[in-house]
Design a protein around this ligand. Structure first.
Ligand code: GLU
Length: 454
C-alpha cells in the first residue's frame, strides 16, 4: 500500500472521519469514497488551485436525494409496497445521468456509492453528463410481465416529477433492461405528454441506439486490450475468467470471442461454471435466451453443455486464467480471491461491474503490480454509449452500428490514456485507480470552481 507524508495521511484521516460520521450505516458508500479519497487528496494537496475549496466534501454530498413510496398490485390483487430512490449526485458537467437498479439489496448506501462512482465515470467519458443513480428494492425475479409493467408504471408516476432530458436521464442497471425501460418510457410519455430522450437504453423502434446493449461489455474488452498492450500482450490466445450472467457478462464474452480470446467461466447466484472449451458460438446466444427467460442459474448452462462443470456456491476466481473480468456486482472479489488469482498467474483484472473488488483485494493487486482497472474506468462504455444515444435523440437521427462502435472504441482508448497520464508511477507501473480518480475529478472540479459555491 502507498505510504503518504504525515500531512497527507492526516488529511485523509480527517476527511474519512467526517464522511463516516456523516454517513453512518452506509458501508458501500464509505468504501467508494475511501477509494477516491486516498488517491485524490494527495493530488488536491499538491495543487494550489484545488486546495481549500472543500471540493471532495461537496462531491460526497448528493445535490438531492429523492426517496418515495411505490405501491402496486400484484397478480393476486394484493397491494405491494416498495421503496424507490433517485440520487442526483452532481450536475456540474451535465444533467444527472446514471442507471436504475431493481434488486432486493438496493438501499441508500448502495445507490449513493453507485451515484458517487458515476460522477467520476461520466466525467472520464468526456461527454457532458453529470452523475446520478436510482432504483428500488423490488425483486424482478419470478414476477410476471404484467407485474413488471405495473411496478414500472408506479415507479415512474413519482420519478417523472424529478427527471427530464435536460435535468436527469436514467437508464438500466441490474434488473432494468430493455423491457423495463420500455414500460418506464411509456409511462413518462403518457404523464408528461412529451416524446423526449428522457431515458437511455431504449428499444430501436423508439429512439434507442445500436450497440447500446453490447456497449458495456465491448467497452470493457476494448479497455482490457489497451491495458494488455502496455505490456506487449493482446486478447488473442488468452484465457478469461468472467463472473456474472447478465447483459454485461454477455457483451464481454462476445467481444473476447471476436478478438480471439477464450472465456472459460460464468457465474450466477447459485455458483459458477467452468467450460475449458471456451464460451463461444451458440453458447453466447444461449446466454441471451436464458436472460430473456429471467433465469440466471449457472447450473442450467452446465446441463445444456457437457463440456462445462458446475461448481455450486462458489465464485470463479479459483480457476487458473490469464485475465479476470468481474462482471456481476459489488464486493464479489475479496482478498482471498485476489490471492488465488495472483498465485494462479493472472496478469490483468479489468472490472466490468461497479466496485466488484474489495479495497483489500485492490491493494493486493496494486502491491503485486497486476494490471488492475476500476469499473469506473473500464465499464464506462455503457454510459458513454448512453451519451451517444442522447446525442442521436437531440439530433433526431440514428447512427449506424459501425459509427457507434467506432466512437465507443475511441472513447475507451481516450479513458485509458487519461488513466495512464494521471496514474503512471515512477517505475512505469500504471495505477489505474489513481489515474481514473484524478482524471475524473479534474473535470468536475474545474466546472464546480467555475460555477461558484452552489
Ligand atoms: N448502469 C450503467 C452504469 O453503471 C449505465 C448507466 C447509463 O447508461 O446511464 O454505468
Amino acid at each position: 500500500m502507498e505510504q503518504f507524508s504525515a500531512e497527507v495521511q492526516q488529511e485523509i484521516d480527517r476527511f474519512m472521519a467526517y464522511i463516516e460520521a456523516k454517513n453512518p450505516n452506509e458501508p458501500e458508500f464509505i468504501q467508494a469514497v475511501r477509494e477516491v479519497a486516498v488517491t485524490v487528496i494527495p493530488f488536491i494537496l499538491s495543487k494550489d488551485q484545488y486546495k481549500g475549496f472543500k471540493l471532495l466534501e461537496r462531491m460526497a454530498e448528493p445535490e438531492r436525494v429523492i426517496i418515495f413510496r411505490v405501491p402496486w398490485f400484484d397478480d393476486k390483487g394484493e397491494i405491494q409496497v416498495n421503496r424507490g430512490f433517485r440520487i442526483q449526485m452532481n450536475s456540474a458537467i451535465g444533467p444527472y445521468k446514471g442507471g436504475l437498479r431493481f434488486h432486493p439489496t438496493v438501499n441508500l448506501s448502495v445507490l449513493k456509492f453507485l451515484a458517487f462512482e458515476q460522477v467520476f465515470k461520466n466525467s472520464l467519458t468526456t461527454l457532458p453528463m453529470g452523475g446520478g443513480k436510482g432504483g428500488a428494492d423490488f425483486d424482478p425475479s419470478g414476477k410476471s410481465d404484467n407485474e413488471i409493467m405495473r411496478f414500472c408504471q408506479a415507479f415512474m408516476t413519482e420519478l417523472c416529477k424529478h427527471i427530464g432530458p435536460d435535468t436527469d436521464v436514467p437508464a438500466g442497471d441490474i434488473g432494468v433492461g430493455a423491457r423495463e425501460i420500455g414500460y418506464l418510457f411509456g409511462q413518462y410519455k403518457k404523464i408528461r405528454n412529451e416524446f423526449t430522450g428522457v431515458l437511455t437504453g431504449k428499444g430501436l423502434a423508439y429512439g434507442g441506439s445500436l450497440i447500446r446493449p453490447e456497449a458495456t461489455g465491448y467497452g470493457v474488452v476494448y479497455f482490457c486490450e489497451q491495458m494488455l498492450k502496455t505490456i506487449g500482450e493482446s486478447i488473442s490466445g488468452k484465457t478469461f475468467a468472467v463472473s456474472g450472467f447478465g447483459n454485461v457478462a454477455w457483451g464481454v464474452i462476445k467481444k473476447i470471442d471476436q478478438l480471439g480470446g477464450k472465456a472459460i467461466t460464468l457465474s450466477g447466484p447459485d455458483g459458477y461454471i467452468y467450460d475449458p472449451e471456451g464460451i463461444s458460438g451458440d453458447k453466447i446466444d444461449y446466454l441471451l435466451e436464458l436472460r430473456a427467460s429471467g433465469n440466471n442459474r449457472a447450473e442450467d448452462y452446465a446441463k445444456k453443455y457437457p463440456s462445462a462443470t458446475f461448481v455450486a456456491g462458489k465464485r470463479p476466481w479459483e480457476v487458473k486464467c490469464d485475465v479476470a473480468i468481474p462482471s456481476a456486482t459489488q464486493n464479489e472479489l475479496d482478498l482471498e480471491d485476489a490471492q488465488n488469482l495472483v498465485a494462479n498467474g493472472c496478469i490483468c483484472v479489468t472490472e466490468a461491474a461497479n466496485m466488484p473488488s474489495t479495497l483489500d483485494a485492490i491493494n493486493y493487486f496494486l502491491d503485486n503490480k497486476v494490471l488492475f482497472s476500476p469499473g469506473k474506468a473500464s465499464n464506462a462504455g455503457g454510459v458513454a454509449t448512453s451519451g451517444l444515444e442522447m446525442t442521436q435523440n437531440s439530433l433526431r437521427l440514428n447512427w449506424s452500428s459501425e459509427e457507434v462502435d467506432a466512437r465507443l472504441k475511441e472513447i475507451m482508448i481516450g479513458i485509458h490514456k487519461a488513466c495512464r497520464d494521471y496514474g503512471k508511477d515512477e517505475d512505469g507501473y500504471v495505477n489505474y485507480v489513481k489515474g481514473a480518480n484524478i482524471a475524473g475529478f479534474v473535470k468536475v472540479a474545474e466546472a464546480m470552481l467555475a460555477q461558484g459555491v452552489v
